[in-house]
Design a protein around this ligand. Structure first.
Ligand SMILES: [Zn+2]
Ligand SMILES: [Zn+2]
Length: 251
């Protein structure tokens, strides 16, 4: 299993950066976690769109804006006879007006499915599971776990530190935790807000005993290395996500 990072910034894309998106793949696996603004630029549509499985953690624009680019590309490539397997889109059904707007899309070649905590999927040789983690009042956010043989990847989506215990349980002993860290201590947000600081992400990684923490979801104005340094004050196996970075978890 490999991860290719397609996006790490929020709330907007710029230059060579895009909003959150992570492509997980091997011979039989073709999974996209989130599709934030601008991230589809780093995805090979011609090669990998056929039968792509897209999981949206929550319906904030920085996590799903590019979904329509995938839907429309699947429509166009199918009409040209270039793809013959529909893309499969999994998303939360709250807020309902955004959900309905997406699944009503006509110019697409896709099936839509609702994510909830009871959903368990098998794709290729991997199993996929979900855990609802509090983030903001206007959305339902799901952390996503991809497990294959003895390797597991956990992605947090966005979250509030108020649900840290649930996040720790879900990420327990995973090989890699891709975790948002929108904030730094110096931003002086309350301890409990809609996002994590890099330190809080490190705290969760430490308690969950993950093998590696991949930090993401950075403010465009900040130097990503600051997030790494802050997380390393509590947990040392930290890496910074960057567009086009590939992480190989092996077989
Ligand atoms: Zn969000
Ligand atoms: Zn976000």
């Amino acid at each position: 299993m490999k991860i290719k990072v397609l996006g790490t910034s929020s709330p907007y894309a710029y230059e060579n950066s895009a909003c959150p998106s992570y492509y997980i793949y091997d011979d039989k696996l073709n999974i996209l976690l989130d599709c934030g603004s601008g991230s589809h630029r780093f995805f090979d549509m011609q090669k990998n769109l056929n039968g792509l499985n897209i999981f949206v953690s929550h319906l904030h624009h920085d996590h799903y804006n590019d979904l329509f680019n995938y839907l429309y590309s699947a429509y166009a490539l199918h009409n040209l006879g270039l793809i013959n397997e529909k893309i499969q889109v999994f998303l939360p059904n709250f807020p309902n007006n955004i959900y309905e707007n997406i699944i009503k899309e006509q110019n697409c070649y896709a099936d839509f499915h609702t994510i909830d905590e009871n959903l368990h999927l098998s794709i290729g040789n991997a199993s996929i599971s979900f855990c609802e983690i509090k983030h903001a009042k206007d959305v339902k956010n799901f952390a996503i776990k991809v497990t294959q043989q003895n390797k597991s990847i956990v992605y947090s989506g966005d979250l509030s530190f108020i649900d840290k215990d649930k996040m720790i349980d879900f990420a327990k002993n995973s090989d890699i935790l891709i975790c948002e860290s929108s904030l730094l201590k110096k931003h002086n947000f309350p301890t409990i807000c809609n996002h994590l600081t890099a330190y809080q992400a490190g705290f969760i990684a430490k308690k969950a005993k993950v093998k590696k923490l991949l930090l993401t979801h950075f403010w465009p104005d900040e130097n990503a290395n600051e997030y790494k340094l802050e997380a390393q004050t509590i947990f040392d196996k930290v890496e910074i996500a960057k567009e086009k970075l590939i992480v190989d978890l092996g077989e």
